[in-house]
Structures are given as C-alpha cells and as structure tokens.
Write a protein that binds this ligand. Structure first.
Ligand code: AMP
Ligand code: MG
Length: 333
C-alpha cells in the first residue's frame, strides 16, 4: 500500500491494558509520574497527560506533532474542579450544568488560582474545560487527582482515533500505555463553546448539536467562522482549515461513485461493494457519527486516491459530521 511509511513512522508496541480498575490505577500512576496514557472517552480516544506539568504536556505536543499554538482541552471530573481552573459566567455555568458530563467543551477566562500550565493553554489567558461522561475517563481523572490535558490520540491533522487499535497504529511508539475501552460511543469530538466576552459563541461543532445548546441558552449561537478565520478564531485551531485528514483526497457531495474511487456512503446511495462503507443505511446521524472516523480509516487503507462522500444532511450531528468532512477535504498545508 502506498504512503505506508508515514502511517507507520509513529506506530509501535505501546503497552495495552483493559480500561478496568487495574488499568485505571496503573494509568493514573503513569500520569502522576509525567507519562502519557491514551484513554477512551465518549468522543474519541484522548492522549492524556498531567495538565499541570509543562514537561508532560510538552510530550503530548511532540507525540502528536501538534503545533504549540494549538491549545489543549483540560479534562476534569467535577464542576468544582472546573471552577478552580476557569471563571464561569452565568451562561457558562448554565451550559456546564446542562451538558456535563458530556461532549461539550467550554472556553472560559483563566482563574487566578488555575494550575493548568501555560503550555497546555498555548500561553493564552483562557482555558478549555470538559467533563467527559465515559466512566473510565472519569475514574482516571479522579485517580490522577489533577486535570488531564487530552487531545485526540493521533498524529496532528489526521483522522481521530475511535478504537485502541487506531491509537496503536498512529502513535503507539510514543506513549506509555493505552487503556482499551472498546469503540467510542459518540465518535465525534466535543462541541466547543467560547464563553468569553459577549454572548457564547460556537467555536467548533461537535457531539452536542447546536440546537440543544441554543435551547438551553434560549437564543441562537453565532459561529463558527472557519472560512474567515478572524484573529479570535485563530485562537481556536480546532477550526483550522485542514484537519482530520485521511491520505486519500475527498470528493464531497458525491451523488455517484466514479471508477477507481472508494465510497463513503450515507443512506444507500452508492452500489454496495468492497470499496464502499455506508455511514448509516437508515440515515441515522448518530450511527453515522459513530462510524465516521473508523470508516475513513478503512477506506484510506484500501489505497484509493480519492474517496467520494455522499451528501449528509446538515441538521443535528450532521453539522459536526459535515464540518469534519469539509476539513478532511481541504487542501493540505
Ligand atoms: P482537540 O483538538 O479536540 O484537542 O481540541 C482542542 C481545541 O480546543 C483547540 O484546537 C481549540 O480549538 C480549542 N481550545 C482549547 N483551548 C483553547 C483556548 N484556551 N482558547 C480557545 N480555544 C481553545
Ligand atoms: Mg484532534
């Protein structure tokens, strides 16, 4: 298969344990010692490190090949722990109470007593915080006893990992342990909301649909502004144009499959075949989200130079699915 060198350059035999009590205890020990542990969340697999340690966080950036201007989300287990790190406006508190634990990240002003290190925040005076709902993730954060920086456990810019095997393929050689909790239930990253000055803004669509957040707030959200890339949005590089990219080129809104193409289908539009994966034959967007990254990897592994992607509705989780596909299709830097 072509391009295998890049695919395996960072692969290696990481230690792997089940995400049970023994695995969580060992993972917490490693994290407290400054090591790197990949762990399951409901969104995607995270590459965890002690968010209060510059040295540990520096290893995360290195392992991922992530540019240091791209800040990390600090994962905490309780609202009290989040409020130690960030300043919550009444709207931020409302969103936290409505959607935590779960796939929502809040970007808020940094609290004076915050312990998350500057490198994890890319030097900004804001902080991104999330309480995940995956039981193993919550147990791990509690056992580590500190916030965990945990970007997706893959090479920066590539397809996010939704299974332990994906982590091993991408960055297994760079990390100390992989906690295997099976496939991620949601399969899409968190929705990121900025609660800074002015009304809350949607910085990245994700696992909580826009409409649910708007219903909780009682008004419409502005953003995201990926195309214009205003200075404020540059601070949120989850919004960078090219990201989540497979090796193959993507052809979006494809209504037919051309010769030689692999197909990422939705709702049975393409003829079935070994080169086609249907995200959801029954047009269920939750099923499509859960399949998205794994199917992109599978199709990429077939070696086709182009993946045709069927149209996917934009409502609900479709906004985040289309966002990821658009950026996977964007010209590479
Ligand atoms: P991920 O790549 O899924 O780990 O998500 C990290 C993303 O969260 C970044 O790329 C930013 O978009 C956003 N983020 C994290 N920290 C901040 C921050 N302090 N200010 C603004 N956005 C942030
Ligand atoms: Mg990522």
């Amino acid at each position: 298969m072509k391009n295998d060198v890049a695919a395996t350059a960072h692969a290696g035999a990481a230690r792997r344990m089940a995400a049970d009590a023994a695995g969580v205890a060992e993972a917490a020990r490693i994290l407290r010692g400054g090591g790197l542990v990949a762990f399951p969340t409901e969104t995607v697999y995270g590459l965890g490190a002690d968010a209060t340690s510059e040295a540990a966080v520096a290893r995360v950036y290195r392992a991922k090949g992530r540019p240091a201007f791209n800040p990390l989300i600090a994962h905490v287990a309780t609202l009290a722990a989040a409020q130690e790190q960030g300043i919550f406006s009444s709207e931020a508190a409302l969103l936290a109470k409505s959607f935590w634990p779960g796939p929502l990240t809040l970007v808020v002003p940094l609290a004076a007593q915050a312990t998350v290190c500057a490198l994890a925040r890319a030097g900004q005076d804001t902080i991104a915080l999330r309480i995940p709902s995956h039981p193993a993730a919550l147990a791990l954060i509690a056992a580590a006893g500190r916030p965990l920086a945990a970007p997706s456990a893959n090479r920066s810019g590539r397809v996010s990992p939704v299974a332990a095997a994906h982590v091993a393929q991408d960055i297994g050689g760079e990390i100390d342990l992989i906690l295997d909790g099976g496939p991620c239930s949601l399969g899409l990253e968190s929705t990121i909301i900025g609660c800074l000055e002015g009304p809350p803004r949607l910085l990245r669509p994700g696992g909580i649909p826009r409409a649910a957040i708007e219903a909780a707030l009682g008004f419409s959200l502005a953003g995201p502004w990926q195309e214009s890339c205003s200075p404020e949005d540059i601070r949120s590089p989850g919004a960078l144009a090219s990201h989540y990219a497979p090796r193959a080129r993507l052809r979006l809104e494809a209504t037919t499959l051309d010769a030689g193409e692999a197909g990422l289908d939705f709702g049975g539009r393409f003829p079935a075949g070994a080169n086609v994966r249907d995200l959801s034959p029954s047009r269920d967007l939750s099923e499509a989200a859960a399949n998205l990254f794994a199917f992109l990897r599978e199709l990429d592994a077939l070696g086709a130079s182009c993946i045709a992607v069927a149209p996917i509705p934009g409502e609900g989780l479709g906004e985040a699915i289309n966002d990821r596909l658009k950026r996977a299709a964007a010209p590479r830097a």
